[in-house]
Design a protein. Structure first.
Length: 589
């Protein structure tokens, strides 16, 4: 069965039938239903994956229950004339194959003969009355390969090259170690002479992502097809993907590159490797996550050459940059950066540390993980397996005579308490929190159990930030819009009045070109909301005032909100109204 298999709406009913027929136990059913709830997938596929029932036993059982014939394709020859009534792309997409034609009726072996939508599409496409029958997934895949022609890894590689329109780029591993565990997938390919194309296929995916300036590579297992997506400027984009049959070999290759256990398929794994691409070195952080159909891989591309460490490159407005520069140069206290994952918090922290990195200053960081190595800064990676947590590392730092301490993230009372103690004993501390805005960080600290007087006496500023995509300079164009349209999208009229000329507002956008992959965007920039803790706000913190009161006090003190920061970039022609709405929403602040 596949992801288009038995509908989730009848999963529990199917499970109960299997239990009543003594095919599986209640405990096994409950376990798989919980797994289905968490990771998705279909009940039949998950039962087979857990080896609680084999595929043919399940299909024969379903055949009896639903009164639908089960066809064993292993012993059945099918003519090309019948098979090719259904196009190859449809057969591969839905996991089905035509096996017999009788008059106006076409018998089709399917992984999910209950999928009415697919049956209707087949009828309309072929002009035949469709008689669905059950077929085993592996048998259908073999029949498709046998009748339509199977691609070798070299053919698959050539097809990806054709679709991408690119050429091969030399990729080498700076320090490759042999992955732990068995090498069944790669040994099998070596016997067929196909291991080299698999290596080239992996190299092509990685090099294409780097050329596209992607931050992450997602390689995702489907029940019938593989997906490859690049995160470019914060948004995922689909890419040409290799055939499903090579997926396991690709995963094995990536595990070997990251020195992971390629015989382990049940547990998450994390690794890292350093690659050299055309005399350019990058770090690749590899995360493996077991899912229903297989293992999903996400690779974070860490390219230190593209790291901007000048404060002026962070995209801050002049007012924000002045506050930021003042607070990071304070002799002691805590500076916090907030925002969701992927909002550029690490870059802002690294920029601050690089600015302060002088021979007479001792800077120590603890990170999970270390994303970029900075010369002259002592960086420690979290290792929870041996007890090296943020709190444990921070506690040890205080015995290392530091001037400046950076904690990758403050997650709990213990870490926050030690950070406050460090700030009160003369150290300058930098860290991050996960909150939606700057004022929300104060409430978050209180929820950790920290007394308000400690927060008010140590926190210097809170920076909330996001990243918006910039307009591609190659295909930039201007256009006029009516103010009423922007008002309806949540842009305050008071802001618009400053930019109206002859009843219209001129904005910019990208038409889409080869440079920006037809998106109209190229690169990202930060938008920032900086809450400086002054005497008024200290008083509100001591009174345990709500977030709204703290935010209002910050605005009276000149704080620029995230929305206002984004709008400044919109009216400066640096980004688009769609991007402002995507990142900050449509509500009026």
């Amino acid at each position: 069965m596949t992801e288009k298999g038995i509908s989730i709406n009848i999963s529990r009913r199917l499970g109960e039938i299997l239990v009543s027929a003594a095919q599986i136990t209640v405990a096994q059913l409950n376990e798989v239903l919980e797994l289905q709830r968490i990771s998705g997938g279909k009940l039949g596929r998950l039962l087979i994956h857990k080896k609680y029932i084999d595929e043919r036993t399940l299909l024969q059982f379903l055949s009896r229950q639903f009164g639908i014939e089960f066809v064993d394709l292993r012993a059945r020859a099918v003519s090309d004339e019948v098979t090719k009534i259904i196009p190859e792309n449809i057969a591969r997409r839905y996991g089905l194959v035509a096996v017999e034609k009788t008059g106006a009726e076409l018998k089709v072996a399917m992984e999910d003969p209950l999928n009415i939508v697919v049956l209707d599409d087949l009828k309309m496409m072929t002009g035949y009355e469709i008689k669905p029958v059950f077929g085993a997934e592996s048998d259908i895949a073999a029949a498709i390969d046998r009748n339509y022609g199977v691609k070798t890894s070299k053919e698959a590689l050539d097809e990806i090259l054709r679709k991408t329109g690119g050429g091969m780029t030399e990729v080498s591993i700076v320090s490759e170690e042999t992955g732990r565990g068995g090498l069944d997938d790669l040994i099998s390919l070596e016997e067929k002479g196909e291991s080299a194309p698999i290596v080239q296929m992996v190299n092509l995916i990685i090099s294409s992502a780097i050329k596209a300036c992607a931050s992450d590579i997602h390689i995702e297992p489907g029940f019938r097809e593989t997906k490859v997506r690049f995160r470019i400027d914060g948004v995922l984009h689909a890419q040409p993907a290799p055939p499903k049959k090579f997926y396991n070999a690709i995963i094995s290759r990536l595990k070997i590159m990251a020195n992971l256990d390629i015989s382990e398929h049940r547990l998450p794994q994390d690794g890292r490797t350093k690659l050299k691409i055309e005399d350019h070195e990058i770090d690749l952080r590899v995360s493996i996550l077991p899912c229903g159909p297989g293992e999903k891989v996400v690779m974070r591309i860490l390219d230190s050459s593209g790291l901007k460490l000048r404060l002026e490159d962070l995209g801050m407005e002049p007012e924000n940059l002045a506050i930021f520069s003042k607070c990071i140069r304070a002799p002691h206290g805590i500076n916090l950066i907030t925002g969701p994952t992927g909002s550029g918090k690490s870059t802002t922290l690294y920029s601050a540390l690089a600015t302060l990195n002088e021979p007479d200053v001792n800077i120590i960081t603890i990170e999970d993980p270390i994303e970029y190595n900075l010369d002259g800064i002592n960086q420690v990676g979290v290792n929870a397996d041996i007890g090296l947590t943020f709190a444990a590392g921070l506690r040890s730092f205080l015995r290392q005579d530091p001037d400046i301490i950076m904690v990758g993230e403050i997650r709990d009372f213990e870490t926050m308490a030690i950070a406050i103690n460090a700030a009160m004993t003369g150290h300058l501390v930098f860290s991050t929190l996960h909150t939606n805005d700057a004022a929300g960080a104060i409430t978050r600290i209180g929820m950790m159990g920290i007394e308000p007087f400690l927060t008010s006496s140590t926190v210097l500023m809170v920076v909330a930030q996001r990243l918006v995509r910039g307009i591609c300079e190659k295909c930039r164009e201007t256009y006029d819009v009516k103010p009423e349209l922007l008002v309806s999208l949540g842009v305050p009229k008071s802001v618009l009045d400053k930019h109206i000329i002859n009843g219209k507002i001129t904005l910019s956008r990208g038409r889409g070109c080869d440079i920006c992959a037809k998106t109209g965007y190229k690169g990202r920039m930060g938008i920032h909301e900086i809450l400086e803790i002054n005497d008024v706000i200290r008083g509100l913190i001591a009174e345990k005032a709500p977030v709204s009161a703290i935010k209002e006090a910050g605005r009276k003190n000149g704080m620029i909100t995230l929305r206002e920061s984004a709008l400044r970039k919109l009216f400066s022609g640096m980004t688009t109204v769609e991007e402002v709405i995507r990142v900050t929403g449509v509500a009026v602040d």
